[in-house]
Every structure is written in C-alpha cells, then in structure tokens.
Design a binder for this molecule. Structure first.
Ligand SMILES: Nc1ncnc2c1ncn2[C@@H]1O[C@H](COP(=O)(O)OP(=O)(O)OP(=O)(O)O)[C@@H](O)[C@H]1O
Ligand SMILES: [Mg+2]
Length: 641
C-alpha cells in the first residue's frame, strides 16, 4: 500500500474540513491531513513539512486563497495546488487557474474532488519522474564534463570566428596560456608559430569547412615561444538545427615522443649504414693488401727502371689512399681490432694538444681543462688520438676566421633521469671528453647526418665526410656514447662518454727499438685469402725465413703437429674458415705454451657488433700491411721485444 497522501488543507470551517476528509476516504485515499487557517500557520506548515498536495479554500476570514497560491508557487512549485471553494462563478476559477492553480473544485460538487486529486497526484508523479531523470542525466553530463576538462589532453573549443570559448587546464599546461588569457583570443594567433600563421590559416578554414580529416600533426608554439609538435583530434559542435556552432579540438604534446623516435631511427640508420660500409670495406681491404704488397715486390724487381718505378709509385700512392679510406670505414663499422690499455684521457689530450697548438695558428685560442677526477678508461690509445684529431680538425675548419677551441675531460655519473631522455645511453660512471668550438655551428639537418660516412658540407676535394664516422665507430666500439650540441652561428660541442673503470692507468712504454730485417726461423702462416697468404709467404721467404702455409684453421693445426719442433712463430689470420685464428692459437698453445704468435687482421667479420678484442699484449698486424711492417713485426716478436 502507498504511503498516506500528505495533504496541507487551508480551511477555517471545521465542517468543510470533515467533508473534504470524508470524501477523500470514500474515494479510496489514505490521507494524512494538516489543517491551517491563517497566513502564519500556512507558511509555517509549508516550511516545516513536505506535502504531496495542497488544498485551499478560496476566501477565508483571516487569509485568502490566492495569496496562499502565490506563496505555494514560490516555495513549493512542484506541489499540486487545488482550490476547494464555496465561491461560485467563473471569475474566481479563471483567476485561480491562470495564477497557477492545478484545479478548482466547488464545495457544492465535492464529488469531483477525488478525480481532480487523482489526476493531480498522477501528473505530479510524472513530473517528478521526469525531473529525477533529468537530474540523473545532468549529473552524468556534469561528471563527463569534468572528466573531459581534466583529462591530460588539451581541450579547446573555438567559435567559427576562431575565438576561443573553452580552454582546459591541460591546454594551459601544454601551451602556457592560462584559461583567462586564452579566452576570446583568436586560436590561430595564440598557438601557431608566427612564421607559419599565414599558411596555417588555410588549415583552420578547412577545419571549419569540414573538408579535413579528424587527425593532424602540426607544429605549435607556446607562450614562451617554444615550438612543440602536437597531435590534434577534432570534432564539430552543431546546434539543434545542425549548424556549426564551434569546433572541439583536442591536442597531445608529442614533441618528446617524436624526439625519441628520431633518436631510435638515427641509431637504426647508423647500424644499417655501418653493416653496409663494413661489408664493402672488408672485401676492399683484402684486395688492397694484394695490390700494395705485389706493388712492393715489383719494386725490388724494377730497381733499374726509373720510369717503371715512377708508375709504380702512383699505383702505391693510390692504393694507400684507398687503404686509408677503407681503414676509416672499417673503424666506422666497428671492425677495428682494439689494443685496449688502462688509459688516462688527460694524458692523451695533453700530448696531442702540445702538437696541435703549433698548427692551430694565432687566430685560434686553445683552452684545455682536465679535471682531476677524470676516471681511467679501458681504451685503445691510437683510436682515442684519432677521435681527438678528427674533432679538432673539424673545429679548426669551422673557425676559419678564428675563435676558441676548448678540450675538457672530467668524470660524470649518469642517473636514471638522464637515461630516460637519452634512451640509447646506459647509466653508470663515465669519463667525459668534451671538444667545443665557437665556429659556424650546424643546423638541424646537418646535425642529423654528421655521423654518416661520406656526409660532408666541405665541397669536393676538401673533406671525405669520414671524420665523424670514424669518431662514431670508435666511440661505439669502446661502449661509449656521443652527443652533439650545436646551433648555426653558435659553435658546436661534442660530448663523448667512455665507461669508467676502477684501475690505475698503465705506465707507457717508450719508443720501439729498430727491428732486424730478416731471419732464418721457421714460420707457420695461416691465411685463407690466397693473395694475402702468397704475398706474406713471398715477403718472408725473401728475407730468409722458412714458411709453412695453411689455408684454414684446421690445416694450420695439422701443419703445426707435423712440424712442431721446427716452428718458432705462428702468423695467424683472425678470421678463417673451419677454425678461427684465436681457436688455432689456443689449441697450439696447449701443445707448446711458449710458441710465439702474431695475429693478422683489420676487422672482425664473425660478428659485426662484437669487437674481437685481443688479449692484452698479443701482437697483431693490421691489414693492409706492407713488407716492411710485416718483417719488422716478425723480427720483433721472435726477439721477444
Ligand atoms: N665543429 C664543427 N662545426 C661545424 N660543422 C661541423 C663541425 N664538425 C663537423 N661539422 C659538419 O659535419 C660534416 C661532417 O664532418 P666529418 O668530419 O665527418 O667530415 P668532413 O670534416 O667534412 O670531412 P673529413 O673529416 O673526412 O675530412 C662537416 O662537413 C661539417 O658540415
Ligand atoms: Mg672532419
């Protein structure tokens, strides 16, 4: 059963009160009546209590019905108000109804009260349901609005005249303008970089004209004038009749994401260029070893023919040039064999700068600053020198009309925060080498490509574009990182990080003694490339040695087993079929732990990214090599120097 109907009844006559109550009970209503008969009691009741319905007499001695109606409409507009009146005639009824009464029932026709009440209750209930639904919907909308407002995307609503109507806090964060600053401003002026305003206004018209996709990526600017890259989504806002009322544009700042993607892309490009360059250089290198070597052999034979010798000189010179390029490419591709020592960077810089200051000329002021906390690194001294040389030469070229060159070293610890911004780096302790100049600097396009082999802006015959590729390759092969900071006209700064080690630097060995040119010992020579093997064999035989050759690793072991008494030295190619030089070395060392060895290599072809790092102190000869360096190396090793 429903709750009793709560009725406020304004009536002074007790008889009429009873009559009304009675007819309601008869009509099947269960009611809870509160009776009042003055303005004060009416007001008090309406304020104290909730009612489902108000019944009122039209004219009362101490109050009047229309005044009550006015109060009720004001205070309880949702509660139905029915007159139950003895006042007949049309005028009062019409006045009552136009003033907002729900119904007008005559006391003389009280039987109508029940149906009037029923209808009023029903309508009121419907009205309440609708109101409740509306409230619920409004709540949802309100929450949604809040969520939209506070989501991490910038949400901007702008009018067809481009003025900004809504601007959420994320928009404030991304673009730097507060809501108050942005409101009413022309969106085209607020967030488009000044130099692009003209061309970009077409885009805004296209957006309004609905002939553009919902998503675009564009460069925007912030209040402080910084350019950022944003990804935009948008939707048209229409009014009830379908006309364009504005545009909701949502933006995500993807500057950082793009930067990281570019970082990754550059790294991948360098990897693939490295693979390609390394592959070519490897084969080229072997061919050159043949050209250079045979040219030298020919030289001995042509001793009496000066014209032929002059031609031969040209061949040798061209081949040497090619060999230099090839070696640089191999360095870029990280296929150099490292001879790492425990190195003090400060030491390398000091030695080199002494030499450089002389060549720098007066226009270039040289500054070095070597911090005492520069950690020791595990590195190949020659290669580090090469890094410095290349950077310094570039700096000099960038300062044709003078400037300042500074070379600094120090120690740094890279924390996680830093790594998040530079994802190609690893955290840890590093020795830092910084080479900076105050020269012409580089624009973004140049900055993105400087480490690529053969990229140069110096014009034909001036630069090969290999300098920085070599730097890059060496740094990578030392598990280091290189960062470049430069702006056109503002100079350049290269920062190189080498992993620090906990050790004291090695003590440097002095200059090497002059080697004897030849000898009579027996040498095992293992090399798979025929031209190189034959060349080395001929060189060694001509200067008196007995040479036993092998074409691969297994053969080398076999030959060694058969002649182990005679063999004093093994000259082994690092990369050979069947068995690598390193494996051959390990096997024969088990048979004869005192056997001397020289490795030959200019590369590590077995794995592109793994450098073949020789055990410290193991002698090696880099290809391409000439007869003199081979002879010298062989003698040096045999004599145990
Ligand atoms: N310190 C610098 N200041 C301005 N631009 C530089 C600097 N260092 C390098 N560059 C730019 O990078 C390009 C590539 O440098 P890289 O050393 O690889 O080749 P290169 O100097 O042109 O030729 P190479 O070193 O082979 O003789 C240069 O041509 C130049 O445009
Ligand atoms: Mg250079």
């Amino acid at each position: 059963m429903d709750n009793p109907l709560r009725i406020l009844h304004l009536e002074d006559d007790p008889l009429d009160r009873d009559l009304v109550a009675e007819s309601l009970t008869e009509g099947g209503f269960s009611c809870k009546m509160r009776h009042v008969d003055t303005r004060e009691s009416f007001l008090k009741a309406i304020e104290e209590e909730e009612f489902d319905i108000i019944l009122a007499d039209y004219s009362l001695p101490a109050f009047d019905g229309l005044a009550a109606l006015e109060i009720a409409r004001k205070k309880r507009p949702e509660v139905p108000f029915i007159f139950v009146s003895g006042t007949t005639g049309e005028d009062p009824a019409i006045e009552a109804l136009t003033s907002g009464a729900t119904d007008y029932v005559l006391k003389q026709k009280l039987s109508r009260l029940v149906s009037a009440l029923r209808r009023a209750v029903m309508e009121s209930k419907n009205r309440k349901d609708v109101a409740a639904r509306e409230t619920a919907l409004n709540n949802v909308l309100h929450r949604l609005q809040l969520q939209v407002r506070f989501m991490p995307l910038a949400c901007v609503v702008w009018n067809p005249d481009y003025s900004i109507r809504e601007w959420n806090p994320a928009a404030g964060t991304i673009f730097g303008w507060s809501e108050a600053e942005a409101f009413g401003k022309d969106i085209r002026k607020l967030i488009v970089p000044p130099e692009e305003r003209e061309s970009r206004s077409i885009l805004f018209d296209q957006i309004l004209g609905e002939d553009i996709d919902g998503r675009t990526v564009s460069v925007n600017c912030t209040k402080s004038g910084k350019n950022i890259t944003c990804e935009w989504f948008r939707t048209h806002l229409k009014d009830e009749s379908g006309n364009l009322a504005g545009v909701l544009s949502m933006a995500n700042d993807i500057t950082e994401r793009i930067r990281l993607e570019n970082q990754l892309q550059t790294a991948q490009r360098m990897e693939s260029v490295g693979t390609l360059a390394g592959g070519i250089a490897h084969d080229f290198n072997n061919a050159l070893t043949g050209i250079i070597g045979y040219a030298e052999l020919l030289r001995m034979r042509l001793a009496g023919d000066p014209k032929a010798l002059a031609d031969l000189d040209e061949i040798s010179r061209a081949a040497e040039r090619a060999a230099t390029l090839t070696r640089q490419l191999l360095t870029f591709a990280r296929r150099q064999v490292l001879e790492p020592v425990n190195l003090d960077l400060r030491n390398v810089v000091n030695d080199l700068m002494r030499f450089f200051v002389k060549v720098a000329g007066e226009q270039i002021e040289v500054k070095t600053s070597l911090a005492a906390d520069t950690p020791t690194i595990r590195a190949d001294r020659g290669q580090i020198e090469q890094i410095l040389m290349n950077l310094i030469v570039n700096a000099r070229d960038a300062m044709a009309s003078g400037g300042q060159l500074s070379v600094e070293t120090g120690g740094v610890i890279l924390e996680d925060d830093y790594i998040r911004e530079h994802q190609y780096m690893k955290n840890g302790r590093y020795a830092l080498l910084v080479v900076s100049d105050t020269g012409i600097g580089m624009d973004e396009a140049t900055r993105g490509r400087v480490f690529e082999p053969f990229f140069t802006t110096k014009g034909p015959h001036k630069g090969t574009g290999l300098g920085l590729s070599v730097v890059f390759g060496i740094v990578k092969q030392h598990d280091g990182f290189i960062n470049l900071y430069s702006e056109p006209g503002k100079g350049s700064s290269f920062r190189i990080y080498f992993p620090a080690i906990e050790a004291a630097p090695d003590v440097r060995i002095g200059a090497r003694p002059e080697p004897a040119p030849g000898g009579s010992e027996t040498i095992l020579l293992a090399e798979d490339e025929e031209p190189i093997r034959m060349l080395a064999e001929r060189i060694l035989k001509e200067i008196g040695y007995t040479v036993l050759t092998a074409r691969n690793g297994e053969e080398a072991i076999e030959v060694f087993r058969r002649h182990q008494e005679a063999i004093s030295l093994a000259v082994l190619d690092v990369v050979m079929p069947r068995m690598s030089g390193k494996a051959v070395f390990e096997t024969i060392r088990k048979i004869n732990p005192l056997l001397k060895v020289i490795f030959m290599s200019g590369y590590t072809a077995d794995a592109i990214h793994q450098s073949f790092v020789l055990p410290t102190g193991v002698p090696y000869l880099s290809k391409p090599f000439g007869p003199v360096s081979l002879a010298r190396k062989v003698r040096e090793v045999l004599d145990g120097k």
